[in-house]
Design a binder for this molecule. Sequence first.
Ligand code: CA
Ligand code: CA
Length: 121
Amino acid sequence: MPKMAWRCVGLASGLLMLSGAALAQDDSFMPGVIGAESGMSAIDFDAARMSFFNQADTNGDLALSSQEMAEAMAHGGSPLFEGADTDGNGSIGLDEYMESGNDLFSRLDADGDGTLTSGEM
Ligand SMILES: [Ca+2]
Ligand SMILES: [Ca+2]
């Protein structure tokens, strides 16, 4: 099943990216985040959320059904993993998800310095 294998690799690299962003050690992985040792920039934040989305979207239709959301939360929810079904069609599309991320970021960024520290998350 080559498709499954590919998904596993994608998941692994997503987790790798996530842990890299959290530890902010691997600057070479994302050149844009040099100097972000003390927190998570909006770029890191989007990347972390994208990997959450890819992980949760088990059927790969670029939308999170309520069931996919529930399963993702059951397997370790995170304050970063939050979306809003703004058009009310019963699932959270990628656009709705990323849109809600902008609000979420500014809400979490209590001191407004554009970086999320571990205390703010
Ligand atoms: Ca889906
Ligand atoms: Ca929707």
